[in-house]
Structure formats: C-alpha cells, structure tokens
Design a protein around this ligand. Structure first.
Ligand SMILES: CC(C)(COP(=O)(O)OP(=O)(O)OC[C@H]1O[C@@H](n2cnc3c(N)ncnc32)[C@H](O)[C@@H]1OP(=O)(O)O)[C@@H](O)C(=O)NCCC(=O)NCCS
Length: 247
C-alpha cells in the first residue's frame, strides 16, 4: 500500500472523494496533494497537505504509488495535465465512490465517479473521464477518453461521445445522440441532435454557438502540447466544412 497522489489542489470535492474512498477501501497509506501553483504549496485542503508541483511524481514509487488527475476546468486543460502526470510513469488510479453500482459497466483503471452519480449497465467510460455528483450516464452509452460529465448532467441511453467532450452542469443529451470529440455542452443545455466535433452548444434546444475553428483561434486548446494541437487543427479544418448545415 503506497501513496495516492492527488494532482490539482483546486478541487476540494475530489480531495473529499479520495479521503472517503481510501477510508472505505484502505487502498492507500497516505494522500499527497500536488499543484503547479507555487502559491498553494504548504497549504492544506481538508487536512491533506499540498507538498509541491506535479514534478514531485519523479520521486514516486510506480510499483506501489498511484495518482489521480483532479484538473477538470476544461477538457483540454484536463488532458494536458494528464499528459504531464503520465510522463512520470506512475499508474493512474480510479476513484469511484463506494456507494455507486457500476456492475455491467466498463471502466478503465483511470476514471473518477463522484457520489450520487449513475453509471448505467453496458456503459463504457474512456480513460481519464469524470462523472461529477449526480451526473448520469445512461445504459449503453460510450464516452471517449478525457470526457467530463458535470454535476447533474444527464447523458441518456446509447449516446456516443468522442474524446474530450465536456458536459456542463445540468446539461441533458437525448438518447442515441452522437457528440463529436472536444465539443462543449454549456451548463443547462438540451442536446437534441448530433453535435459536430469541437462545437460549443448552448441553450434549450441546444444550438451551435461556436465552431471548433473559432475555439481554436480563441486559444481554448493552447494548453495541449504541439502534436495534439496539430492533430486538432486538422480535425477543426475538416469539421468546419459541415458547420453551415447545423442549426
Ligand atoms: C459554455 C461555457 C463553457 C462558455 O463559457 P465562456 O466561453 O467563458 O462564455 P461566457 O461566460 O463568456 O458567455 C458567453 C455568452 O454565453 C452566455 N452563456 C454562458 N453560459 C451559458 C449557458 N450555460 N447557457 C446559456 N447561455 C450561456 C453568456 O451569458 C454570454 O452571453 P452574452 O454574450 O449575450 O453576454 C460556460 O458558460 C459553461 O456553461 N460552463 C459550464 C460550467 C459548469 O457546468 N461547470 C461544472 C463544474 S464541473
């Protein structure tokens, strides 16, 4: 039993989840918080000390220690943090609130599921994904890597989402809808039809208010390292061809 490193001190809900899971499962001897903001070093969140930057993972023991990524402000920032963490070779742990029934769902060894969330049967979650408090992923849905399901967001049955999709709090996605990679669904929106890659959708019913290309120009993806951005720029160019047809 080793140390569970928690990356991202701004997420006190995450620290509470980690404390509860470790208490209920005995899966770690100690919790250590890491954050790349020097102003936070030495402070405590719910009794867990921020010991330094992510780079301290260089001193971790990959055989016994585990790490979780609590960065969740946007999916590009989350994925960029994941790449920085992964570079140290410490395996990621899953943190799933112990009260949650995940029987029949397929969860990789790197997801976070908060209390009161629902992960339906035959659901698959991609590595690095998060389902926040009260979020629902309906039966048969499949989310790609690095997706965030915000508090009380509802992903109905058989929804397909690509990588890096962000669903804000209380967003609802109707059954069988397909959501392209890196799309953002604004808080409280209702998604009634397929969403193109990288689009921001807002409102009830949801409309595309921003395209992948525009979001790219505004710098929303600049946190990602160059090879990723180059790939996404290619995707954005291709997907912009279809935007004119989306309501
Ligand atoms: C979609 C979102 C990412 C856009 O953020 P942003 O680019 O910073 O947008 P802004 O705040 O500048 O708002 C732009 C416009 O959209 C409107 N708007 C923002 N969010 C909205 C929403 N959820 N529904 C309807 N309108 C919204 C704003 O009022 C503003 O309108 P205006 O131009 O007429 O003044 C953000 O609004 C959002 O919904 N985030 C989700 C937050 C959340 O649920 N977090 C959960 C914690 S895990």
């Amino acid at each position: 039993m080793g140390i569970l490193y928690l990356c991202g001190a701004g997420n006190s809900e995450g620290v509470r989840l980690a404390r509860n899971v470790v208490r209920d499962t005995g899966s770690a001897a100690r919790l250590v918080l890491l954050d790349d903001d020097p102003a936070k070093h030495g402070s405590e969140v719910l009794g867990v000390r921020v010991e330094g930057p992510f780079a301290l993972l260089a001193g971790a023991d990959p055989r016994n220690d585990r790490v979780v990524n609590f960065v969740a402000r946007t999916t590009p920032k989350r994925w960029a943090a994941r790449l920085r963490i992964a570079a140290h070779g410490v395996p990621f742990a899953s943190l799933v609130d112990c009260s949650i029934d995940v029987f029949g769902a397929e969860l990789p060894q790197d997801v976070i599921v908060y209390r009161n969330a629902t992960v339906g049967p035959l659901v698959t979650l991609g590595e690095g994904s998060v389902v926040f408090m009260g979020g629902i992923v309906g039966h048969g849905s499949a989310l790609g890597p690095g997706c965030i399901v915000g508090p009380n967001a509802v992903v109905n049955a058989r929804v397909r989402a690509g990588e890096g999709v962000y669903l804000g709090a209380n967003a609802t996605v109707l059954p069988d809808v397909k959501i392209g990679s890196w799309a953002t669904i604004a808080a409280g929106s209702l998604v009634v039809r397929d969403v193109p890659e990288g689009a921001t959708v807002m409102g009830v019913p949801g409309r595309v208010v921003m395209t992948f290309g525009v979001r790219m120009q505004l710098g929303e993806f600049k946190a990602l390292p160059l090879p990723y951005r180059t790939r996404l720029e290619g995707q954005a160019r291709r997907s912009s061809l279809t935007h004119a047809t989306i309501g």
